[in-house]
Write a protein that binds this ligand. Structure first.
Ligand SMILES: [Zn+2]
Length: 404
């Protein structure tokens, strides 16, 4: 029996996909035989409010314990300029707070736009230090109702609260939004950036699922959730970044005491998700078996979260010959679940044979990575993406035709 819905407390969420037990994606192994802990990954959908959520989230202390990484500086974010323009168009940049400010990069850019006072809240001490080096006041804590109240007293009510790529990690979403509401002045703005789950759920793409993302949001759900917390949506944009994301601005029009999202009766677009994942998995397995029969070596390009999700959720490990990653920090380590050593493209291309390269990088990097592979491999490499191909069937049919 699945757990009650975390947003509306309905006792009847339905399982929409059960991926069995999988390892934590960011926990790379030092040796192939190293033991690793596995966790159940079951996705449910609440029929009363439409929220898609991880049924049994991993205990945050196990998931985030031993912070020793700083992700923000690793990835490019092509949509940042558009987000800054959204903020500049609507907001008074007087007192700005960012929840989950990471290394302070975004807050620094908002300050360059003229924000008078900026404060970051960040539980991970490593990026906290980077943010402090930029001259940003950082509170090294998780956001709580007490912290929100004390920040409002110490720094004054904020005219803008920013939270980027945080809410999808949050278990107590109502507590999170109430705390943000507490920090904001009446008429102040909330800027949120989070993954857009609608496209991936619609096509059966499991590469966007991640054990750290315990909630999966769509535009419709966000509108209802923000309205319940005293916010009016002013602007919302979607971007084809990192599998799809939503950026929105909502204005505080009243206080929030919300503890439960009102239910709704609309049908959602995700029925059949498990079936679509299953069909894709079956076609992909057949393709990889076919390739290996023809002595084509299968390479997973990208040992990060998305590669890990697809490989483990679709149980591809026995069909992968090599794992490649551009990130220096991952070289020589072993990918969770798959247990193959992360190599460089140059190394594996010394093999004179043919390769089928499965791209597990964010879509915005597909072209750059494909170009790099072609330069090294010429016509020895077939390349396809396994992260959210819009037409999964035609991609696999094309590859099957090319394997002779
Ligand atoms: Zn619900």
């Amino acid at each position: 029996m699945p757990n009650p819905c975390r947003l509306c407390h309905s006792p009847f969420p339905a399982v929409i996909a059960d991926f069995g037990h999988t390892p934590i994606a960011h926990r790379m192994l030092r040796q192939a035989g190293e033991p690793e802990e596995l966790f159940s990954f079951v996705l449910t959908e609440c029929p009363a409010c439409g929220f898609v959520q991880v049924d049994v989230p991993i205990d945050p202390s196990a998931l985030y314990g031993g912070f020793n990484f700083n992700f923000s500086s690793w990835k490019t974010e092509p949509h940042i300029e558009t987000e800054l323009a959204m903020i500049a168009r609507y907001c008074v940049l007087d007192r700005v707070v960012e929840v989950g400010c990471n290394d302070g990069r975004f807050l620094d850019l908002v300050r360059e736009q003229g924000a008078k006072a900026v404060v970051g809240i960040e539980p991970n001490p490593v990026p906290c230090r980077h943010a402090a080096d930029r001259g940003i006041t950082v509170v090294n804590q998780m956001l709580t109702s007490d912290l929100a109240a004390s920040i409002a007293v110490e720094y004054g009510s904020a005219t803008l609260v920013i939270s980027r790529q945080v809410m999808e990690h949050v278990l107590d979403v109502h507590g999170f939004l109430r705390a943000i509401n507490t920090m904001l002045a009446e008429g102040g703005f909330l800027f949120l950036d989070l993954p857009d789950s609608a496209p991936a759920l619609g096509i059966g793409d499991c590469s966007f699922l991640w054990e750290e993302h315990v909630g999966y949001y769509t535009r419709d759900l966000l509108e209802r959730l923000l309205s319940a917390h005293g916010f009016a949506l002013k602007n919302l944009q979607t971007f084809d970044f990192s599998g799809g994301c939503i950026a929105l601005l909502a204005q505080k029009i009243g206080p929030s005491t919300c503890e439960s999202l009102p239910s709704h009766n609309e049908t959602t677009a995700i029925s059949g998700f498990a079936g679509r994942v299953e069909a894709y998995s079956e076609s992909l397995h057949k393709l990889l078996i076919h390739a290996r029969e023809k002595s084509i070596r299968v390479v997973l390009y990208g040992a990060g979260v998305r590669g890990c999700s697809v490989a483990n959720f679709l149980k591809l490990a026995p069909l992968i010959d090599h794992v490649v990653d551009d990130q220096a920090e991952r070289k020589g380590l072993f990918m969770p679940g798959v247990r193959l050593k992360v190599e460089s493209l140059d190394e594996i291309m010394k093999d004179p044979g043919r390769f089928l390269i499965l791209l597990a990088v964010n879509n915005e990097n597909d072209a750059r990575v494909s170009e790099k592979i072609r330069k090294l491999a010429n016509d020895r490499a077939l390349i396809m993406t396994i992260c959210g191909p819009a037409d999964i069937d035609s991609e696999i049919r094309k590859m099957n035709r090319m394997i002779t």
